[in-house]
Design a protein around this ligand. Sequence first.
Ligand code: TMP
Length: 205
Amino acid sequence: MAQRGTFITFEGVEGAGKTTQVQRLAAVLGPDVVRTREPGGTPIAERIRDIFLTSDGITIMTELLLLAAARAQHVDEVIRPALEANQIVICDRFTDATVAYQGSRGGIDLELIHHLNRVATGGLTPDLTFILDLSPEIGLQRQQTGETHRDRLDREPLERHRKVREGYLSAAKADPDRVKLIDAAQSPDAVHAAILTEYQKYLSQ
Ligand code: TMP
């Protein structure tokens, strides 16, 4: 791609506050920002999301392949065209979620995950990724006191959520130029300010 927009992704354990922070950054960046999410973001990928989130007894390999299918559709239909039109895209979860959830939590080999991610995205990677880092105990507590609907993955044992966090921390370590860890135990205002600071740094590079 010769010229393209900016691709920003948000990641984090359940209850880390991604939805709020995606909304707040999008509000700052203006009305032309494309906001989307994974799994999902297109009608077909949203149908896959539904199967993914509601199927008890699904195997970890089926999870991985469903996510890759949803991602391929999403990248081709929404993300790549928007970037080619020079727009800013903010996506709530993307390839790092697969490293954390299907890799660290699910035990699938990271080489396979990276390979499938490359196949599904056609090699597209985010320009900037915010991982909202939070202990899963606090995240799950926030969810229970909030109004969020709890899905199949939210209800998993704490140990699985801990693995997700570890996976995200190692994803941040592996690619520090792209992936910025943000302390999500702070107030929403402080988290937003930290995100804006990192975004300004990215712009001035
Ligand atoms: P959400 O809670 O952010 O809407 O995401 C839905 C769930 O999908 C969440 O529990 C994390 C999970 N997920 C994966 O397991 N792997 C992935 O690659 C993605 C994108 C999401």
